[in-house]
Design a protein around this ligand. Structure first.
Ligand SMILES: *Cc1c(COP(=O)(O)O)cnc(C)c1O
Length: 423
């Protein structure tokens, strides 16, 4: 695909984009009377216009029906989470029995670690990436301490080679082999939030399994971004949030995956009534009888209000299709990369894109190291109505989201970036 730095080229790409109409289904924040260039959908996705009505439906049903809404609401609350299962399974490439929408992300990570981090003998270590999202580090370290072990020598954090920014896939496999029978769990992100590096779920899982360890993934930055194949790739568990690429609102309800091979196994877990076999749930019996699906990990009844928003957002993913979104994303991110590289070349190599170029190693995010006054560039972009994200000391992150960003957004971004450099 050859790009040309003109508005006409961007508009031509938009005209040929089969997903272009989805943009109109979202509310965009405004800046001086026009839509901002929103490249922070990896942090908080935009609001689907249909979300407010979905939420109102539940509020109206609650007003109208009170407790009867559990069974007689338009979308009965008792089984509300079940309405999200099929779409979630399609989105992450899982069987329906393997997914459940519940809680929030870090809570789900904890509940899954209860089942899949069970240090025994010398097999105690958790391998993760250096600087995953801090919440994950807190979860790992506190789980290790909960088992009476010392995180300082039990949590192994892999960092890139000296002078590099990205973990080489072969180094990850080598580290797994080296830790061998000391390794209890490998838990990586699907996409690293800082560098935008996507990890090879299948390869890491296979390597972990070869040495007898479990493999889990935090898909916060991968769900709704990559075309995931969780069942076939075979990790033991995964979890994700819904408010980043999944556009389901701040603090939205999260998702979890447990591979089929564990569904009938007698794993330890922290149980609650919504994990009990639903046929007998209201017998309110004393002994816990788990659901034969990922729902066994559910603790509490479904949070209907955030789920109403999530239902609308997932329905959009069903219509758009993750394969088509991913195909657009590769092109859109490629166009952004080309634009930034061009501007960098005009400015004596001011930007260094650290996100890998290979589409198998990246999603809809570019992270760039900025030489010089990066913070100033970021602030001037914001003042021009461009939303991207700054991480001290020198990383600028932007996410062109295929669901609602356009090629014209990328072109306008390039114009704004040129202007922001010169002040
Ligand atoms: C966004 C994010 C979180 C946030 O966790 P919450 O429990 O949803 O607040 C955790 N981990 C990763 C990897 C993230 O990207």
């Amino acid at each position: 695909m050859a790009f040309v730095n003109t508005l006409a080229c961007a508009q031509d790409l938009d005209a040929r984009d089969p997903l272009r109409n989805f943009r109109d289904e979202f509310h965009f924040p405004q800046h001086e009377g026009r839509e901002v260039i929103y490249f922070t959908g990896n942090s908080l996705g935009l609001q689907p216009k249909a979300a407010a009505d979905a939420l109102k439906q539940e509020m109206d049903d609650w007003a109208r029906l009170g407790v009867e809404g559990h069974f007689h609401a338009k979308h009965p609350w008792y089984s509300y989470h079940e309405e999200l299962t099929a779409s979630s399974a399609r989105l992450v490439g899982a069987k329906e029995a393997e997914v459940v929408v519940m809680n929030q992300l870090t809570s789900n990570l904890h509940f899954l670690l209860v089942s899949f981090y069970r240090p025994t003998g010398k097999r105690v270590k958790i391998l993760t990436e250096k600087r995953p999202f801090p919440s994950d580090t807190y979860a790992f370290a506190s789980q290790i301490a909960f088992h009476g072990l010392d995180p300082a020598n039990t949590l192994v954090e892999m960092q890139p080679r000296e002078g590099e920014h990205i973990l080489r896939p072969e180094d990850i496999i080598a580290r797994i082999n080296e830790l061998g029978d000391e390794l209890a769990l490998v838990c990586f992100g699907g996409v690293n939030f800082l560098t935008g590096q996507a990890f090879d779920i299948k390869g890491i899982t296979a390597a972990a399994h070869r040495v007898g360890a479990f493999a889990g993934f935090d898909l916060a930055h991968a769900a709704g971004n990559l075309d995931l194949k969780l069942h076939d790739d075979g990790p033991d568990f995964a979890c994700w949030c819904s408010y980043k690429y999944l556009n389901s609102g701040p603090g939205g309800v999260a998702g979890a995956f447990v591979h089929e091979r564990h569904l009938s196994a007698d794993l330890p877990r922290f149980a609650g009534w919504w994990g009990h076999d639903k046929k007998e749930r209201f017998k309110m019996e004393r002994d816990f009888k788990p659901m034969p699906t990922a729902e066994a990990w559910q603790v509490s009844n479904a949070p209907v209000l955030p789920m109403a928003v999530h239902r609308v957002a997932l329905e959009q993913f069903d219509r758009a299709g993750i394969e088509r979104l991913r195909a657009k994303s590769v092109q859109l991110t490629g166009y952004l990369r080309w634009t930034i590289e061009g501007i960098s070349a005009e400015n004596i190599g001011m930007f260094n894109i650290i996100t890998p170029k290979e589409s198998a190693m990246s999603g809809a995010q570019l992270s760039i190291l900025v030489r010089g006054d990066g913070r100033g560039v970021f602030e001037r972009l914001t003042a021009r109505g461009v939303y991207c994200d700054w991480r001290e000391p020198d990383v600028l992150r932007m996410a062109p989201v295929p669901m609602y960003n356009s090629f014209e957004d990328v072109w306008r971004f390039g114009q704004a970036l040129r202007a922001a450099i010169t002040g």
